[in-house]
Unconditional design. Structure first.
Length: 139
């Protein structure tokens, strides 16, 4: 069995945002040479997520509104975490909702997606460099 590891680096200029990273993952898969296996993609920071869904701007706006209703950024005093001097208590909760990462099937050297599926990096406390791990194992 072969193994391949790559880190993707992101620095969003805004506090929150969604980035389609499917192309970067497909490039890592091609570089790995793996034809059959699994590809794990994980945010390496506790205020960011990786998830699979449709690449549609309206859906991304819906996510933003929904997540903000579930864990609003303000008032920042609502979060005990922010008593440490941070202002990102909401970002930790938003990450928990969308999750840390995903595992993708690899078949015949391609990501084995269903219709419309794409991979996204979700940022909830941006404006600084963060990493995403792509780990591919298989034959």
């Amino acid at each position: 069995m072969k193994s391949y590891r790559k880190e993707l680096v992101f620095e969003l200029p805004t506090r929150r945002g969604f980035v389609n990273i499917t192309g970067e993952i497909e490039a890592a898969l091609a570089a790995s040479g793996i034809q059959e296996g699994l590809c794990a993609v994980n945010a390496m920071h506790i205020t960011a997520s990786v998830f699979v869904n449709d690449d549609e701007r309206g859906l991304h706006r819906d996510y933003e509104r929904w997540l903000e209703k579930l864990a609003p950024h303000e008032p920042t005093s609502a979060y005990d975490h922010n008593k440490t001097g941070e202002d990102n208590g909401d970002a930790h909760l938003k990450r928990e909702i969308l999750g840390r990462g995903v595992v993708l099937a690899v078949t015949e050297g391609k990501l084995d997606f269903g219709p419309w599926e794409q991979v996204f990096y979700a940022e909830f406390d941006g404006r600084r460099e963060k990493r995403v791990l792509v780990k591919i194992i298989g034959e």
